[in-house]
Design a protein around this ligand. Structure first.
Ligand code: NDP
Length: 406
């Protein structure tokens, strides 16, 4: 039915490539391209072993628009799936516009020299994608991605109006390492050390970063895994959901962190290892967080011995037929099961599977349009069905409303 170019051979990219290879009837050509060819070779070998299917691979520096255009022109995909880093979003979007192909990614653009992510840089491409008759879908992993979709599904099918959304992301897994991040360490640490924001009645409210005194947290009793301390965090889907969910009065994002994780992070931050500016070392300029990344375990290497589960979902309170109700939509994903299926841990799995399904929706025409879209602007129904079929089944239960203040 269609060919896809996947850019980025990391944890998420590997899952996207495996899952696309499993769905032969939709993805009849797959090219995995990344900066380091040996990583593509390794994934190609794993896919061949698991599915008997041979995918194509290539080396590309996606910071270079001309290289990316040349690759697209050679392979002629219907869609580019960007699972490189947020730094490459704009150059890959430029290449898609020049070469005339659709675009999908899992994280919004972030300038390398500023730990700050927002959609405005990518939303600015709206007119250019429209003029070319092309579609770009942003933020298509689990969170952002499925969490946006849960809100869209609830808005369409479960409520007349949603007033409060709490997105709760719990990793209750154990990888047996002293300290590691579950996706790219540089991107992850930049995200979680920022000042926290949530949105209430039209205003962004700032609260201290997770390690600072006064940071907001509470113990939430997650399905299957039990109570975990959950910290208020700023996350990118908040920015688009406040625009697209009608009647919303409050939205917050929570993520679990263990005491051990926070202790390591505190020390690393105190000694300057999470700095993103250049420092002089032995006559050379280095960026501490990039040096730290080279010391920390590669998130893909955690997969083999990872046990436990992730539980990610939305608690949503709103009105239906004049009555208030609260519903909790969530998915439970098992690290070891993800490893058995595609050789990945659950954080990569929950990112890569939605990206594959989104690509399938675009190739099959279930999602059509021109311009730049966030996930909640597209029809959630076919996607919710596909989540159940392709490895991320979801559940829905009634829940108590979460307190307004903690
Ligand atoms: P990894 O660091 O494991 O993988 C990134 C890959 O991109 C690496 O293979 C890297 O190459 C490659 N890459 C980096 N720069 C370039 C470049 N200039 N040209 C070509 N390839 C490049 O990251 P993850 O797989 O963990 O994350 C991938 C993306 O998914 C990130 O944007 C992340 O923020 C996002 N994400 C989204 C989630 C969601 O739920 N929405 C959750 C988790 C992650 P090399 O190997 O040479 O470094």
């Amino acid at each position: 039915m269609g060919r896809v170019l996947i850019i980025g051979a990391g944890g998420a990219g590997s899952v996207v490539a495996h899952k696309c290879a499993q769905v032969r009837e939709v993805f009849d050509g797959i090219l995995l391209a990344s900066r380091t060819l040996s990583k593509c070779e390794k994934i190609r070998g794993q896919i061949e072993k698991k599915t008997g299917r041979e995918i194509q691979i290539a080396k590309v520096d996606a910071d270079d628009v001309r290289q990316t255009i040349a690759l697209i022109d050679r392979f002629k995909p219907a869609l580019v799936i960007n699972v490189a880093l947020p730094y490459q979003d704009l150059t890959i979007m430029e290449a898609c516009l020049a070469a005339g192909v659709n675009y999908l990614d899992t994280a919004n653009y972030e300038p390398p020299d500023e730990a700050h992510f927002e959609y405005r840089w990518q939303w600015a491409y709206e007119d250019r994608f429209k003029q070319k008759g092309l579609m770009a879908v942003l933020g298509w992993g689990f969170d952002p991605g499925v969490t946006n979709l849960f809100a869209a599904y609830a808005q369409k099918n479960l409520f007349d109006e949603i007033h409060a959304i709490d997105i709760l992301d719990c990793n209750a897994g154990d990888h047996g390492r002293a300290f590691a991040t579950n996706f790219n360490p540089e991107i992850n640490l930049r995200e979680i050390t920022q000042v926290v924001r949530h949105w209430e009645e039209g205003n962004w409210i700032e609260t201290p970063a997770i390690l600072e005194p006064g940071s907001v947290h509470f113990s939430f009793n997650y399905p299957v895994v039990g109570s975990r301390e959950s910290y208020l965090l700023y996350h990118e889907e908040l920015e688009s959901l406040v625009r697209n969910i009608r009647g919303l009065k409050r939205i917050r994002f929570w993520m679990t962190f263990s005491e051990n994780y926070l202790m390591h992070l505190r020390v690393l931050q105190n000694v300057g290892m999470t700095r993103i500016d250049e420092v002089e070392h032995d006559g050379k300029k280095i960026i501490p967080i990039q040096f730290l990344k080279s010391l920390l375990p590669d998130p893909t290497s955690l997969a083999e011995n990872y046990t436990g589960k992730t539980v990610i979902g939305n608690i949503m309170t709103g009105i239906e037929a004049g009555l208030e109700k609260t519903l909790y939509l969530y998915n439970v994903c098992d690290h070891a099961q993800s490893y058995r299926e595609v050789g990945a841990q659950a954080v990569s799995y929950t990112t890569g599977v939605p990206a594959m399904i989104g690509a399938m929706m675009m190739l099959q025409g279930a999602w059509k349009g021109t311009g730049v879209f966030n996930v909640e602007q597209l029809d959630p129904d076919p996607f919710m069905e596909a989540l159940n079929l392709y490895g991320l089944p979801w559940r829905m239960v009634e829940h108590e409303r979460l307190p307004d203040k903690f």
